[in-house]
Unconditional design. Structure first.
Length: 364
């Protein structure tokens, strides 16, 4: 049931602290300060390359994971949407792990891609929320998310749980390759374990986000910008907004703005900038200033320090708790989900059952 919530989507957004904690329990040994896998005997040390394939929101989780696998485990990562992967003769060398991410475990394109990779001799890992699904059954390495049933068509809690599993997998891979010191592993565990509380902290801004949603509800087009792991978050924010509010939205790598999309900027196109303070902050802010200099109306999503440093002149700001960069993608998912939700409610669309969409896409 929806409990006290008006929609399943809102209920599921609010469940995130609990289900992420529940999911992390199978991937962290908190007391020991160790990361672990539900299948500890699976040998990750020989993995030479990772191929990540998924669709939609699950694909954006995979895109975040690419940054993590490269950064922590120093493995080359190939990433594609399932509907393209299958038809482009992808090169999969021996010793590769093919990783499929899916809430339902039944998405037809992803399942067909999995079978293709298996036929090519790849080890198959699956991050999946439905443990009885086809993908779960066909995996060599089953990595469940414990988000519970997701009813709203727009994926929310499954996404943050996928991110939790993928961060833990990246750390496991790094450790198997001898790239993590004990102290570094302990630090990663500590940061991941902070995610549920940080998600609660992000949810505390729900009312503030609701109050500014009218700034977006009247727009015809909205842009989302981010850099590094916030780039997939920008794509995810745009997808959430378009699928439930029917407003045209695009996510862009912040640095790509000046290569074309900046031509769209005027006072009618809100630009949502996702920029937690950290190593990439100044670069993203300079892209944001390019937008503002052209009359663009900016909504800056950052932490207190970021908003103090760069919030002036923005149409609105959304303050997030200050978090370690590793968990920022989980935390910053919350404001983009809530923003899409409140805009859709203002527009009066069917939030849980958007037009033309199905929860599980079982046709190719
Ligand atoms: C977006 C959304 C879809 C799914 C996509 C993949 O909110 O729900 O983009 O993420 O259809 O579905 P799964 O994860 O079940 O393979």
């Amino acid at each position: 049931s929806k409990g006290n919530h008006k929609h399943y989507m809102l209920k599921e957004i609010y469940e995130q602290p609990i289900v992420v904690a529940q999911t992390l329990r199978s991937y962290l040994k908190r007391m020991e300060g160790e990361v672990s896998l539900p299948i500890p005997e699976f040998d990750l040390s020989t993995i030479k390359r990772v191929t990540i394939v998924a669709c939609g929101t699950s694909f954006y989780a995979g895109m975040v994971a690419k940054y993590w696998f490269e950064q922590f485990a120093r493995v080359p990562v190939d990433l594609d949407v399932a509907s393209e992967f299958r038809y482009r003769a992808p090169v999969m060398e021996d010793g590769g792990l093919a990783l499929f991410i899916s809430q339902s475990g039944e998405t037809a394109d992803t399942l067909a891609a999995l079978r293709h990779a298996k036929a090519e001799g790849q080890k198959i890992a699956v991050v999946v929320n439905v443990p009885t699904s086809s993908m779960a059954r066909e995996a060599d390495l089953l990595l469940p998310t414990h988000a519970g049933p997701e009813i709203g068509v727009a994926s929310t809690k499954a996404f943050t749980c996928q991110l939790a599993v993928l961060a833990a997998l990246a750390a496991n891979l790094a450790r198997a390759k001898g790239l993590l010191t004990r102290d570094e592993e302990r630090e990663i565990v500590r940061h991941l374990a902070e995610a549920p509380a940080a998600l609660n902290g992000a949810l505390a801004y729900d009312e503030a986000i609701e109050a500014m949603a009218h700034n977006i509800a009247g727009a015809r087009d909205v842009l989302y910008l981010g850099r590094g792991t916030d780039y997939p978050l920008a794509l995810e924010g745009a997808l959430k907004l378009k699928e439930i509010s029917y407003i045209h939205a695009e996510g862009y790598a912040a640095g790509e703005m000046k290569h074309g999309p900046i031509a769209l900027i005027d006072e009618h196109v809100p630009v949502i900038v996702i920029a937690p303070s950290g190593p990439l902050f100044d670069k993203t802010v300079s892209n944001m200033q390019e937008v503002m200099a052209r009359g663009g109306k900016v909504v800056l999503i950052s932490d207190y320090d970021g908003i103090q440093a760069a919030g002036e002149g923005c149409m609105a700001t959304i303050t997030m708790p200050k978090v370690h960069p590793l968990i920022a993608p989980l935390v910053y998912a919350v404001p983009v989900q809530l923003l899409a939700y409140h805009v859709a409610v203002l527009k009066g669309t069917d939030v849980d059952q958007p037009r033309n969409l199905a929860k599980s896409v079982t046709v190719e």
